[in-house]
Write a new protein. Structure first.
Length: 152
C-alpha cells in the first residue's frame, strides 16, 4: 500500500516540476541552448578547420586557405567544421560544402564538393564536386557564386 502512495506522490511532484515553466519559456530555454551550442561549435570548428589547413602540404594548403576566405566572404552564415577530417562548411549543423585535399587520398587533384544539403538543383542533373589543380581568380569567382547559391 505504501508503494502505491509513494508513486502517486512522486508523480504529483514530477507534474508540479514540469509545470514550473510555460510552453513559451521552455521554447525560449531550448532556443538559448541551441544558440549557445552553435556559438561554441562555430568557434571550435573554425579553429579545427584552420589547424587542418595548416597541416596540409602545398598546393593543397594554399587552395584550402583561399577557399576558406572565399566561403567565409560569400556565405558568412556557414559554420566551418571538420567533416571526415576535411574542412567543411555547414548550415544549421548540416554540411553544405567541403574541401578534400589531393594528399588525403593520394589523388592527382583536390576536390571541392557539395552535399545534398546544397541548393544547386537544376533540372535532372547537376555537378556536385569539382576537381581543383589550381585556384585562380576565375575559379574563386565561380566557387563563390556556387556557394552563395548553395545556401540560398
Amino acid at each position: 500500500m505504501k508503494d502505491t502512495q509513494k508513486s502517486a506522490k512522486s508523480t504529483t511532484a514530477t507534474k508540479k516540476k514540469a509545470e514550473a515553466f510555460t510552453d513559451e519559456e521552455r521554447a525560449a530555454i531550448k532556443e538559448r541552448v541551441r544558440e549557445t551550442k552553435a556559438a561554441e561549435d562555430k568557434a571550435d570548428g573554425e579553429s579545427a578547420v584552420l589547424a587542418k589547413i595548416a597541416e596540409m602540404v602545398e598546393p593543397d594548403r594554399a587552395m584550402a586557405k583561399r577557399l576558406h576566405a572565399v566561403i567565409k566572404a560569400g556565405a558568412p552564415a556557414l559554420s566551418p567544421r571538420l567533416w571526415y577530417g576535411m574542412p567543411a562548411y555547414a548550415k544549421d549543423g548540416k554540411v553544405v560544402c567541403f574541401f578534400q585535399a589531393a594528399e588525403k587520398f593520394k589523388t592527382r587533384y583536390a576536390t571541392f564538393g557539395f552535399s545534398d544539403e546544397a541548393n544547386l538543383d537544376e533540372g535532372a542533373m547537376w555537378p556536385t564536386s569539382f576537381a581543383l589543380k589550381e585556384l585562380t581568380a576565375a575559379e574563386e569567382a565561380v566557387i563563390g557564386g556556387l556557394v552563395r547559391k548553395a545556401v540560398s
